[in-house]
Ligand binder design. Structure first.
Ligand SMILES: Nc1ccn([C@@H]2O[C@H](COP(=O)(O)OP(=O)(O)OP(=O)(O)O)[C@@H](O)[C@H]2O)c(=O)n1
Ligand SMILES: C[C@](O)(CO)[C@H](O)COP(=O)(O)O
Length: 233
């Protein structure tokens, strides 16, 4: 069986300064989107039927030209993203083939440096029978719930909390059902959350600090450092 990869890449990157869509910002001379796509290919090459990339509306042609050299034997579909990340994933999901896929990965372009081993763990867990899989790392801050006035309501037990990353892996039928029902869900910040709303148990696997989400300007410095380390080893 085969894998399909959805890459939501339609974000504006406002917290990064907003000069260009975040996925097109460069680290080490290449866009975050190219780095993300290359990582997915390295982990799933023989198996990866297609990439579906959701991009800012109007940038479809530019992104296709940018990514064509990196898609290899996998089909490359570019779609216009939506207002929210969930909308972008839903648009992309429409182009994932209905047959012959046993795992759909949804991977943020902004998590461009996820190690291959993390991607493999996600795919392996889906193939082992988990319908929804997320990479996770321990939370290192104490997390508090606050009210509208900024006053602390309570402090969840940190040992029960994890921070989740991408790629998130899904049995294809489940991901379709989750997004079909997702229109009624406001504020879903990841795809696993839509599955949780269906009562599905989501499995975690070990993530990595290198799978951080490039969000603010200082994250670009960390990204440059990770890339330099990898290129020198
Ligand atoms: N409407 C949107 C919003 C986000 N994304 C994608 O979802 C991932 C996670 O989003 P985030 O890191 O929040 O990116 P931005 O929305 O660009 O960030 P900001 O809020 O700073 O503008 C990114 O790969 C982003 O391109 C998307 O495809 N469609
Ligand atoms: C999907 C995600 O990366 C998992 O941690 C995260 O929820 C995306 O959040 P964002 O606010 O759209 O960056």
């Amino acid at each position: 069986m085969s894998t399909a990869a959805i890459i939501p890449a339609a974000g504006l990157g406002l917290r990064l300064g907003g000069e260009a869509p975040k996925a097109l910002r460069e680290v080490g001379g290449e866009s975050l989107l190219v780095h993300a796509l290359r990582g997915l290919r390295a982990a799933t090459a023989a198996d990866l039927v297609c990439f579906v990339v959701a991009v800012p509306p109007g940038s479809e042609h530019v992104v296709r030209t940018l990514l064509d050299p990196y898609a290899g034997d996998s089909a490359l579909h570019i779609v216009a993203g939506g207002a929210e990340r969930t909308d972008s994933v839903r648009h992309a999901l429409e182009l994932v083939p209905a047959e012959g896929i046993d795992c759909v990965l949804v991977h943020d372009a902004a998590r461009s440096f996820v190690p291959v081993a993390v991607i493999e763990r996600v795919v392996d867990a889906v193939r082992a029978g988990a319908p929804a899989v997320v990479p996770a790392i321990p939370v290192t801050d104490t997390v508090k719930r606050v009210d509208a006035r900024g006053q602390v309501v309570d402090t969840p037990d940190r040992s029960t909390l994890v921070a989740v990353q991408t790629p998130q892996g899904f049995e294809p039928g489940l991901l379709r059902r989750a997004h079909a029902c997702g229109g009624a869900v406001t504020g879903a910040t990841d795809d696993a959350m839509l599955c949780e709303r269906l009562g599905v148990t989501v499995q975690t696997v070990e993530g990595s600090e290198d799978a951080f989400k490039v969000t603010r300007p200082r994250d670009l410095l960390l990204a440059e450092w990770i890339l330099a380390e990898r290129r020198s080893s």
